[in-house]
Design a protein around this ligand. Structure first.
Ligand SMILES: NC(=O)c1ccc[n+]([C@@H]2O[C@H](COP(=O)([O-])OP(=O)(O)OC[C@H]3O[C@@H](n4cnc5c(N)ncnc54)[C@H](OP(=O)(O)O)[C@@H]3O)[C@@H](O)[C@H]2O)c1
Length: 311
């Protein structure tokens, strides 16, 4: 089968299209004929091996996993003997393994039947970014919150805006000039162009996905019982990336009135089900053989919403 492979870390030039053996399934897995796969920052981290600390998981000298990709949407073609909830021919989406390929394995509890109203590419971009946004917004019983979303034009941020609006929050979205219109279309009530104006206001929840603003600066925008939720932080340094700030947040949280969170999310079936009622922020698709172009585009930071690869 055709798959994208990489044998070293680097920029998108390390990716190439190759013929590799079709994967075999374990008794608790299904094989999916992949029609579309999501492109996300996780694949960028795996491709570049950055931040360096992530190589403890990815492989110290070279990638342990030669084919990138988690998110997928496709058709089940084989079912392990212990799998009861899917059958051959089912259309599914969710998180699998090595999904930038014509076939990929997946565990049933990370899959959901694909709703008819979503195309394969629209469904394929949901799992990782959507579930991360979902968990960053939850839990809360408050009826309407004032929410600030920093990085609102990106993969996780676009889902965060869509989800927050669907639960009735008032959303202020932060992004660069080129993404203002799209972020308004996702439903944001107010937008702040961080290249032209400072962040202002007072919020119950701040979701910081992308920048590396210091914790005190973000907490100054929080109401007394407010919550700050962090992920990512691309400009946080080559060794730790944004992890340093996330660890700092988790360490100080028990000792202060504000709640500081930094969840690490793997999408499950409950997350996927909750994400099918909002629209999919798919920006555009690329054929599998143009994975390099897709990753180059993601790396520039210019993608609004999400990209998918199609097979
Ligand atoms: N914890 C987890 O399980 C998990 C899961 C998914 C993703 N993540 C992490 O979350 C991060 C973001 O992922 P993503 O998929 O959303 O990436 P993405 O699609 O590249 O989006 C990042 C966004 O950040 C914006 N940005 C960059 N610098 C900014 C700044 N100083 N202030 C405000 N916005 C800024 C960029 O757009 P503009 O600057 O043009 O507005 C871009 O839209 C990554 O580090 C990723 O690894 C973590």
């Amino acid at each position: 089968m055709k798959a994208i492979v990489q044998t070293t870390y680097g920029d998108a030039d390390v990716l190439r299209l190759a013929d590799v053996p079709r994967p075999t399934i374990k008794p608790n897995q299904v094989l999916v004929r992949v029609h579309a796969a999501g492109v996300d920052r996780g694949a960028w981290h795996a491709m570049t091996g950055l931040p360096l600390v992530a190589r403890l998981g990815f492989g110290l000298r070279s990638p342990r996993n030669p084919t990138p990709g988690l998110d997928l949407a496709g058709t089940v073609t084989e079912v392990g003997e212990r799998v009861t909830d899917f059958k051959v021919g089912d259309e599914v989406f969710g998180e699998g393994s090595r999904s930038w390929a014509e076939y990929a394995t997946a565990k049933p509890h990370r899959l959901l039947h694909k709703p008819e109203h979503l195309t394969f590419p629209q469904a394929a971009v949901i799992p990782t970014s959507g579930a991360t946004a979902l968990r960053m917004l939850a839990p809360s019983t408050a009826p309407t919150r004032d929410v600030l979303i920093i990085g609102a034009g990106g993969g996780v941020g676009s889902f965060a805006v869509l989800l927050a609006k669907s639960r009735g929050d008032r959303v202020t979205a932060v992004c660069s000039t080129a993404k203002l219109e799209a972020v308004r279309r996702f439903g944001a009530d107010h937008v702040i162009d961080y290249t032209r104006e400072p962040l202002t206001g007072s919020y119950d929840l701040i979701i910081d996905i992308a920048g590396n603003r210091p914790l005190p600066a973000l907490r100054a925008l929080l109401r007394p019982q407010g919550t700050l939720c962090l992920t990512g932080g691309e400009n946080g340094g080559r060794f730790f990336g944004g992890l340093e700030r996330n660890l700092q947040a988790k360490t100080v949280s028990p000792f202060i009135k504000h709640t500081l969170r930094a969840p690490i999310v793997i999408a499950n079936r409950t997350d996927l089900a909750a994400l099918t009622s909002i629209s999919s922020p798919l920006e555009r698709t690329y054929p599998l053989e143009e994975a390099r172009t897709a990753m180059d585009r993601l790396a520039t930071g210019r993608v609004t919403g999400k990209l998918a690869l199609t097979m």
